[in-house]
Write a protein that binds this ligand. Structure first.
Ligand code: C2E
Ligand code: CA
Ligand code: CA
Length: 525
């Protein structure tokens, strides 16, 4: 059928409208979405950045705490040594100093600024947080006044105070600006420099640290709404719809999503406990065991925790798993532990769980049955993850200690929070990470860190456990430093329940009062 020319044109126009309108609508919707996502992103970036800056300054505060505890008030040779050791240990602190009020350096931990007069004399307040410049480098200087009128100070590199990499996977796209209360910019950097862009073209998020009077601004240029962007987003949109449909079809075809798998494993009780012995290397006696979870699949494969614990954590199922594991362990070791009241059993608890009061009740409920005493229980809090809520965590720790349990800080030395958490949390035990044990004897820094930790533990009446001990050389190094508890493949790998109970029977038959001995260790000493 031959249509007249104008009708053809109308038909084409209607066709374009019908095909194009949904696409244009989709683009507009996408633009709003991108805008909102970016607003979320700058908010998250600002919050995350202020957390990082606070953690760095926290570490400087802790370093000054340690200097005060260890009696550094001026610059005797002994005190300068302590200054040096502490400067090596505090990773994000560039240097530790004793200053007079005019800002003159009397002594320095790393001699990074020997005998130089810092540009600024110390200002008002106690402690004082100030921006100082040494040659071309900028530092935040945290200074605390001593009773004798001198000042203890820590220098944190300004560059270390803002994140260089992502908070959400991809490159960190926002521009981050950190300033002091008086508006002085401490440091800035990150994504695209917004300084010569119009304020109306920017999205900003901000966050403040009450504690230190620091403020962060995260700045991102608004997404560009030009025609190219529209075409680009249309293509993206079509691709997204395709990907969505594809994903939807895939999930319909394959119901075995990893999370679904894990949920099934949880209800089928496939998470089992392995037990790694903890030993006293001075007497060669068994002290207890750490529970390490394994996924024992129906076909007998054993899956290590690195493959599923992160997923349990993300999905919030970790608490269910931990409760089940505790019950399982209680039933498995009840008789053996009832007969050996000095043995301990340690559980790994995630930081998020440790900030919830429920944990206290759960422990109490689980161990109300069976013969494992609350005094035999140790709960390990890892330093690898950032602590969730310091105040709540501290309360939970105190409540657990009130029940008679003990609390250990795990992976010490690897964490975000540094020594400050050890001081603040009031834990009973610190577990020094394998990383430091491995480099004992061949790296001076590790030895200095371990010595500082042991000193600190002694002052605070905490017990120290060395993790990941693999050879006798390390045992000798640990003994020389007065560390008596250790865990590692040298003594035993994590053992299935039956093997652990058999080991107990073999070395520590019930009725003996002194506890089981690992004879091979005595021979080796
Ligand atoms: P972790 O708590 O630091 O546990 C110590 C890890 O080091 C264990 O790995 C253990 O098998 C391993 N290990 C012990 N001695 C040696 C040694 O001498 N050499 C070497 N190379 N490794 C040694 P595993 O069992 O794979 O557990 C890994 C991590 O998974 C644990 O680290 C812990 O953070 C987490 N995890 C394990 N069980 C649980 C659990 O029940 N709940 C939670 N939340 N996390 C758990
Ligand atoms: Ca642990
Ligand atoms: Ca550990």
């Amino acid at each position: 059928m031959a249509l007249p020319g104008w009708k053809k044109l109308v038909a084409i126009a209607i066709g374009i409208l019908c095909g194009g309108l949904p696409l244009i609508g989709f683009n507009l919707w996408l633009e709003v979405l991108v805008q909102r996502q970016n607003l979320d992103d700058v908010g998250v970036s600002a919050a995350r950045s202020i957390e990082i800056a606070e953690t760095r300054v926290d570490q400087a505060v802790t370093a000054l705490d340690i200097l005060e505890i260890r009696g550094v008030t001026e610059c005797t040779p002994g005190q300068t040594d302590i200054l040096r050791q502490a400067a090596l240990t505090a990773t994000s602190v560039k240097d530790l100093l004793v200053l007079d009020g005019a800002g003159n350096v009397l002594c320095s931990g790393l001699d990074a600024v020997p005998g130089r007069r810092l540009l600024a004399p110390v200002g008002e307040g106690n402690p004082v947080l100030e921006l100082v410049q040494i040659r071309t480098l900028r530092f935040l200087r945290l200074a605390r006044r001593l009773p004798n009128g001198l000042w203890l100070a820590g220098l944190v590199s300004a560059d270390l105070l803002v994140p260089l990499t992502a908070s959400r996977g991809g490159p960190f796209s926002a521009w981050i600006r950190l300033s002091l209360d008086d508006g002085k910019v401490v440091t800035e950097g990150g994504g695209r420099n917004p300084n010569n862009l119009d304020a109306a073209a920017l999205l900003t998020g901000s966050a403040r640290s009450q504690r230190y009077g620091l403020a962060v601004e995260a700045i991102l240029p608004k997404p560009n709404g030009g025609p190219l962007w529209l075409i680009g987003s249309a293509i993206n949109g079509a691709a997204a719809v395709g990907a969505f449909l594809f994903g939807w079809l895939m999930t319909r075809r394959k119901p075995d999503h990893p999370l679904a798998d894990i949920k099934r494993a949880l209800s089928a009780d496939e998470f089992v406990a392995y037990y790694q012995p903890i030993v006293d290397i001075s007497s060669a006696r068994l002290l207890g065991a750490e529970v390490l979870v394994r996924w024992r699949k129906a076909d007998g494969t054993i899956v290590p925790p690195a493959m599923f614990v992160p997923l349990l954590e993300q999905s919030g199922l970790i608490r269910d798993m931990t409760r089940k594991l505790m019950r399982r362990v209680r039933d498995e070791i009840s008789a053996a532990y009832g007969a050996r009241p000095n043995l301990t059993v340690s559980f790994n608890i995630t930081a998020e769980h440790f900030a919830r009061e429920d944990l206290v009740e759960e422990v109490q409920q689980v161990f109300a049955q069976g013969s494992v005493r609350l005094s035999q229980i140790v709960l390990e809090l890892t330093e690898r993850q950032p602590l969730q809520n310091m105040t709540a965590t501290r309360r939970v720790i105190a409540a657990l200690q009130g029940l008679g349990c003990r609390v250990a800080l795990d992976d010490v030395g690897t964490g975000h929070s540094g020594l400050s958490s050890i001081l603040k949390l009031g834990v009973d035990i610190i577990k020094i990470d394998k990383l430091f044990i491995d480099s004992l004897g061949n790296e001076q820094n590790s030895a200095a860190i371990i010595e500082t930790l042991v000193d600190l533990a002694r002052n605070m009446r905490m017990h120290v456990i060395a993790e990941g001990v693999e050879d006798f050389q390390q045992v000798a190094e640990l003994r020389a430093r007065g560390i008596s508890s250790a865990q590692g493949f040298l003594f035993a790998p994590p053992l299935p329940g039956q093997s652990f109970l058999a080991l107990l029977e073999a070395i520590d038959p019930p009725g003996r009062t002194e506890g089981g001995e690992l004879r091979f260790l005595q021979r080796a000493s």
